[in-house]
Ligand binder design. Structure first.
Ligand SMILES: Cc1ncc(COP(=O)(O)O)c(C=O)c1O
Length: 442
């Protein structure tokens, strides 16, 4: 093969029997780019200073030269399940706009009105000069919807996790955190004064083992995503709540991907299991089903009042701007008033999952619209993604360290606004490319 030629550009690969083709392709790709060892190849070697790591960091360039770099693609336009990139219209499966609310005219009108009424930003923290009547309205509506006494609207979901955990986890306390939890939970645990132990993903035996081991500790907090953002797994919330009761621990659930998706009205996994009164902290984000930016934490008003006065990530940052707050409030109203959106999302999810399953891809059999297509090898995953892009599909990839080494995946996700025709196009493209690359053999 020529220097930067990619495997399927060499037609002789198609003569290899499908069952052996994948390994041959991986090996051909590895000759061009060795993902696991890319960091060892230094380029500028600018001394030992703190910045030498930047000058020597060359992995992105190597991937770009090969033409399979998937990140920071510039989106020139977007609407519903479509994006425009490089002047081309693509169907996106790289989105968390689960209910298609980002372009709803009512959401846009509400944002525009807030912009007119309150201006472009709060120019200060909620604590001092950034609490608008808009924030208070959204907090009341959200608390009602998720079944918690009170809520605090923060500037991102990341900060909601980070700020809440960091201020609650005192020196003597321990957090028990699922290994697959979101980075913002890791970050909150890392900056907190207390200790964190990680239990194997969704493994109640391991969680119990750790709770038992630390049973002498008074302050215990179990932390879990409700829906895990990469695998699309659902947390074993009944198991967690039971262990929390048995071992006198509190529970924080991050409903970033559960809100608008799980439960009969989209209130999240806590409601799906009727456990909203059994958990202590409900964290969420506006950057997914509610189509904007921002985050929140809900719980007993004594707890939220403490967080409101203690969380650095809330106090020392500017408040969520008026247009976003009003847009989220309008989106929440639509979510409540139009349950057919959730129904359509569930139908689309069932349709696409059956399609992938029938093709031979291993996927989760649940109602979560995140469908990870597990490939394993990182470079093969980047290559698959490039081919999808060329075939009109904009997908996301998850490679190490976001997922463990050799567990790379195409992370695809679906919305209520994908049409059946688009879903069929996605399925047939995955089938063709998956077969060409020897990832599925039928
Ligand atoms: C599980 C989970 N928690 C928290 C966040 C952070 O949310 P935000 O985008 O509002 O910062 C995300 C977003 O990727 C997420 O997937």
């Amino acid at each position: 093969m020529e220097t930067n030629q990619l495997p399927l550009e060499d037609t002789s690969f198609m003569d290899i029997p499908p069952r052996q083709r994948k390994e041959k392709i991986i090996s051909a790709l590895k000759d061009k780019f060795d993902f696991q060892n890319a960091h060892l190849k230094t380029v500028n070697n600018k001394g030992d200073g703190i910045l030498s790591k930047c000058f020597n960091y060359d992995a992105p360039n190597q991937v770009k030269e090969l033409g399979i770099y998937p990140f920071f693609k510039v989106i020139e336009g977007m609407n519903g399940a479509h994006v425009t990139i490089d002047g081309r219209d693509l169907v996106t499966v790289s989105t968390n706009n689960y209910l298609g609310l980002t372009h709803d005219p009512r959401v846009i009108a509400a944002s525009q009105k807030a912009l007119d009424d309150f201006g472009s930003g709060c120019t200060g923290s909620r604590f001092l000069n950034g609490t608008l009547s808009l924030h208070k309205t959204l907090e009341r509506e959200l608390a009602d919807f998720i079944g918690q006494e009170d809520c605090i609207v923060m500037s991102t979901g990341y900060q909601a996790n980070q700020g809440t955990i960091a201020c609650l986890l005192g020196r003597q306390d321990i957090a028990f955190s699922d290994r697959e939890n979101h980075a913002s939970i890791y970050e909150g645990c890392a900056v907190a004064q207390g200790k964190t132990v990680r239990y194997h993903h969704n493994d109640m035996d391991h969680l119990e083992h750790l709770l038992k081991k630390h049973s002498d500790v008074d302050g215990k907090l179990i932390i879990t995503d409700s829906v895990f953002s990469m695998s699309g797994d659902i947390a074993n919330l009944p198991g967690i709540v039971k262990l929390a009761r048995d071992y006198k621990a509190s529970v924080l659930v991050d409903e970033a991907h559960g809100l608008g998706v799980m439960g009969d009205r989209g209130q999240g996994l806590t409601h799906y299991y009727n456990l909203e009164k059994e958990i202590d902290l409900y964290v969420g984000t506006f950057s997914k089903s509610l189509g904007s930016i921002g985050g929140f934490v809900g719980g007993h008003s004594r707890i939220t009042e403490y967080i409101r006065h203690k969380a650095s990530a809330f106090i020392f940052t500017a408040a969520l701007p008026p247009a976003s707050v009003a847009g989220v409030t309008a989106a929440l109203d639509i979510l409540i008033q139009e349950p057919e959106r959730l129904k359509k999302l569930q139908d689309n999810t069932a349709y696409i999952k059956k399609g992938f399953f029938d093709m031979g891809f291993q996927i989760n059999n649940n109602q979560v619209p995140i469908v990870p297509i597990k490939i394993g090898d990182e470079t093969l995953t980047l290559y698959f993604n490039k081919l999808l892009f060329e075939n009109g599909i904009f997908a996301g990839v998850a490679v190490s360290p976001v997922v463990p080494p050799y567990h790379a995946m195409i992370r695809s996700s679906y919305t209520s606004c994908h049409t059946e025709k688009e879903l069929d196009h996605i399925l047939s493209t995955f089938k063709k490319l998956g077969t060409d690359l020897g990832i599925i053999t039928q």
